[in-house]
Ligand binder design. Sequence first.
Ligand SMILES: [Zn+2]
Length: 253
Amino acid sequence: MIKGYARKYFEGKTCIFCGKYGLYKLADKRVKCKHCKKYYSLNKLRRDLQLLYYFYLEISARRAANELEINYSVVHKKFMHFRKCISNYCNNETRKLYGELELDESYFGGKRKGNRRRGAKNKAIVFGILERKGKVHTVTVQDVSADTLMSEIKNKAKKGSVFYTDGWKSYASLQQYGKHNIIDHDKELVNNHNHINGIEGFWSFAKERFHKYHGISKTNYPLYIKEMEFRFNNRNENVYKLLIDICIVRRAV
Ligand SMILES: [Zn+2]
C-alpha cells in the first residue's frame, strides 16, 4: 500500500523526524528514536501516512473513507488539516515574483456562471499572478477593485516587472509599477508574447480538479485554492515526500 519513500517510516524502521535508523518500542506501544529522542505512536503515524497518501493521489475524502473503513468526518477533517498545512507553507513564501508576470482573476463555486459585474455572489473570487517559467501565487479576494488588486500586486510582485493583463479597468494604474501590456484576445498570434495563457492554464488545472469534489463550500475555497497552487508549483517534484514534510514532520516538531 505505502510504497517507496514512506515505507521506511511505515514499517517503523526509520525515524520520521531525523530519518535515522534505530527506533525501539516503549511499554505504551509508542516508539522512541535512539538519536533524536523523540517518541510517537506508530499506529497513529501509519494512519496519517495512509491518509496523506490518498490525499496526495487526489482521492476524495469520501472514497478514502470507504476504502480505509474510517469514518468520513474523520477523513474529511484530516484532509482539511492537510490543506491548512499546505496553505501555511505557501503563505510563508515571502519571495516576490518578478520578470514576465501574467495577472488574472477567476470565480469559483456557485451554480450560476459569473463575471466581474454580476453573478459573482456566492462565488469565491481568486486573484492570481503567474511568473512565466516560474510559480503561480493566488489569493482569495473580496472584490476586484483597483485598490484590492493593486495592493495584492504590490505585496507579491516586484516593481519593474513586465505585466500582462486583459483590459479590466482595475489594472489601469499598473504602468506606474512596471511595464504594462494589455492583451487583445482578438489579435493573439502564435508566438506572440502578449497573452495570459499561463494563468488561464492554471485556472483550468484547478477547475478540472475541483470537478471531482461535489460542492466545496465558499468558506473552504481559499484552502482548496492554495492546495492547487501548491500542486501546480510542485508538479515536477516528489510531492508525497514534500507533503510528509509539510503535514507531518514539521507539524509535530
Ligand atoms: Zn529521530
